[in-house]
Write a protein that binds this ligand. Structure first.
Ligand SMILES: Cc1cc2nc3c(=O)[nH]c(=O)nc-3n(C[C@H](O)[C@H](O)[C@H](O)COP(=O)(O)O)c2cc1C
Length: 157
């Protein structure tokens, strides 16, 4: 993930002229418009506080019958990031991200919705990270429909 400057919510400037504070709808639309897939990352050690905020936004996502059939594995270990990147082929850009968050769906908890619900949570996660100024990129190559990519990674995680 990469640090970017996000919206400015200051209410006064150095010359004391009032600056309009964006309302929550404006902030939301700004974040949605700002989000795009980022595949180059500046070195940064994501503070635990930011990680907690991002994961909290994810767990607040809606889910069918409120089953919340998701689990999140945060990978910050460089060796493990490198291993995952290598396991899923040529797209190893995310090995340089400060954190990789693996989103899992629990089929036992929600047999009908274990694929959809975690993906909603994942987008909450992405938007929260964007709001905090991080660049993100979904990596679908770890999904179950690419079984050759997942077996060894699942075992390692
Ligand atoms: C389910 C899903 C899987 C994706 N998988 C990958 C991926 O494996 N590698 C990658 O670089 N981008 C991946 N992306 C990012 C898309 O390529 C990207 O969202 C799309 O091109 C639109 O660009 P934008 O995100 O900048 O708006 C994925 C996106 C989604 C939603």
């Amino acid at each position: 993930m990469q640090e970017n400057k996000t919206h400015n919510v200051a209410t006064t400037r150095h010359d004391n002229k009032a600056v309009k504070k964006p309302n929550s709808a404006e902030i939301l639309f700004e974040i949605v418009e700002k989000r795009r897939s980022i595949r180059k990352y500046k070195p940064c050690d994501m503070p635990q506080e930011d990680l907690k905020k991002i994961l909290n936004a994810a767990r607040l996502a809606p889910s069918a019958r409120n089953a919340q059939p998701w689990r999140f594995i945060v990978v910050k270990d460089q060796k493990m990031k490198g291993f995952i990147a290598k396991s899923i082929g040529p797209q190893d850009h995310f090995a340089k991200a400060s954190a990789v968050i693996v989103v899992l769906g629990d089929q036992n908890i929600a047999p009908d919705w274990y694929l959809q619900d975690p993906m909603i949570a994942a987008e909450h996660l992405v938007l929260a990270a964007t709001a905090l100024g991080y660049g993100t990129c979904w990596i679908g190559a770890l999904a179950d429909w690419v079984p050759e990519n997942t077996a060894s990674v699942k075992q390692a995680l």
